[in-house]
Design a protein around this ligand. Sequence first.
Ligand SMILES: [Zn+2]
Ligand SMILES: [Zn+2]
Length: 315
Amino acid sequence: MNCKYCNSDLAVFHTDMFDNRYGYPGQYTMWKCHDCDHLSLEGAFTPEMLQELYSKYYPRKHLDINAWEPFEKVSGLKAWFGGLKSAAYHWIPANVRILDIGCGFGQTLGYHQNRGCEVHGVEADDNIRRVEEKYGFNIKVGLFDPEQYTPGYFDYVTMDQVIEHVTDPVASMQGIAKILKPGGKAILTTPNAKGWGVTLFGKKWAHWHTPYHLHLFSKKSMKKYAAAAGLELERSITITNSEWLHYQWLHMAAYPKPGEISVFWTPNMPRTASQRLKMKVLAGIHRLKINYLITRFFDALNVGDNSIYFLKKPM
Ligand SMILES: [Zn+2]
Ligand SMILES: [Zn+2]
């Protein structure tokens, strides 16, 4: 097999990858491009299979509409130390026209609206309808469809931890390019395939998230994929929420066998005494801010686990 955007060979990177969170059956091969280091579960899923994957295996939280609050602006030392600017919405200026693709439970929409933006959202999870009914945002429920928008309409488009889940990232980016105005920007966050975590944790890296993550980008592959969609990669940085490293340790402490469910990722599962003890110890370590220091160190070297890509539609 060849990498779609470099004509370079794909090599097997990991075999026997499995759903180590929710127990979806099957084993998967992760492929790596020799040239751009892009990692993918090439050809593992059709869109129909994905529908079953998400509707049957992905736990949707019971979100409480009465507890809904927009996200708030974070700044200063606390934001830096916690890696709190890891999400795309923090990078959107006030008073712009913005579309958030994969807006979850809509807290980003409230954030942008409070800052004078004209805000639109897309979300596949039905739960967003409750937010729409109560707060009246412009929301499309379903998959992102660029035909539903006026070409050249938006100043900004964001995708927060979404691009790695789609079967055809270039098609998504082409859609984004179409609805952005010339000079408009897309901000994408996604786990970093070239970070220290991949190297150190190997197959147990928490962000493989097999088989939900179909594409893991390097800076080089993002540049190529974006270019194929008509977007320029302006810059990329890594900012990783310190909680992610805490989750990494918990993920390993509760690592399941293939076909089994992780007690860490699935709420309300009975835990063994040894799992409870490990989790308690890890929570104590997290309170000592050790995860914060490690995360800040690797982000300073730009090899953190979360990449933020700033893409621009040429003028
Ligand atoms: Zn490649
Ligand atoms: Zn994800």
